[in-house]
Design a binder for this molecule. Structure first.
Ligand code: IPD
Ligand code: CA
Ligand code: CA
Length: 274
């Protein structure tokens, strides 16, 4: 990882200007807050949500998800019309700048719809396909996380540094499997984790669980299948907090993700059979 001071002035890794990235990270924070306030207004008026099933009874979308994503896309387009956008509820748009915004208007739709506070807006940034920053805002928890490549990861202004000594057994481990995973693979992973002294944690938002890894609230996270909008910003947070996050999907395809300090990351991969 390159520290900000190690760079040639005005240049980040692989040639993207620092100012170009910093401007986007600053906007991501502002948009995450405003989008979060909009989603919160829906949350407080559940009769206006009109939830609909997507792939299963555990995979839902509501008026809030659609309205907030449409608003985010328009706001990004006004500031950076040359950037691409990938989001959960609408088709991807291509850009010409090399930057792509990776947007989940509400990550944790199920908790959101049943009145739990553990949901967030997640805005990741990719440059030439790599995670380079992002912002996650959890309105009901009043928590803003952000990260920028080479500049660190922060929670409400406090720098995040992951505990390098934790093991699977030090505290709980986030596990995101939904109905997209088979009962057998879920069972095998949970059995292996408990055999090694681990305990499960799950709050229905992959983005927030990844942010919790960066903030030393859980020791690691594994999900057998996430989309980029669920995990892009969270992966950037973890890398900037000194941890490891590997996403086997990309901006177009879902895949598993493993995250933690170096040891936990390797152990989660092993336990999942990767
Ligand atoms: C979901 C959450 C959940 C994860 C699912 C995702 P959504 O996103 O991140 O934690 O396990 O795979 O689909 O639908 O709430 O945006
Ligand atoms: Ca999501
Ligand atoms: Ca979502």
């Amino acid at each position: 990882m390159v520290a900000a001071g190690d760079r040639t002035q005005g240049e980040a890794q692989q040639g993207q200007p620092v100012d170009a990235l910093a401007a986007r990270v600053a906007l991501a924070q502002k948009l995450a807050r405003t989008a979060g306030s909009k989603a919160r207004r829906f949350f407080l008026r559940p009769e206006a949500l009109h939830p609909e099933l997507k792939s299963s009874s555990q995979d839902l979308v509501s008026e809030a998800d659609r309205t907030v994503e449409t608003w985010l896309r328009a706001a990004i387009g006004r500031h950076f019309p040359q950037d691409g956008i990938v989001g959960e509820e609408e088709a991807a748009t291509r850009g010409t700048s090399g930057y792509v915004w990776v947007v989940d208007p509400i990550d944790g739709t199920m908790p959101f719809l049943v009145g739990q506070p553990n949901w967030c807006v997640s805005i990741g940034l990719a440059h030439e396909g790599r995670p380079v920053g992002g912002a996650i805002y959890a309105p009901m928890l009043r928590e803003l996380y952000w990260a920028m490549e080479g500049a660190g990861a922060y929670l409400n202004g406090r720098r995040l540094v992951m505990n390098p000594d934790w093991t699977l057994a030090s505290t709980t481990i986030g596990f995101g499997a939904t109905q997209k995973a088979t009962p057998e693979e879920v069972g095998e992973f949970v059995e292996g984790l408990y055999r090694e002294g681990g305990v499960l944690f799950r709050i229905g938002s992959g983005a927030l669980m990844l942010a919790y890894v960066a903030a030393n609230r859980i020791a690691g996270y594994y999900d057998p299948m996430l989309y980029c909008w669920d995990c892009w910003a969270g992966a950037a947070l973890i890398r900037e907090a000194g941890g490891e996050a590997s996403f086997a999907g990309d901006l177009a395809n879902p895949g598993p993700i493993w995250a933690g300090n170096a040891r936990v990351h390797a152990d989660l991969k092993r336990l999942s059979g990767a």
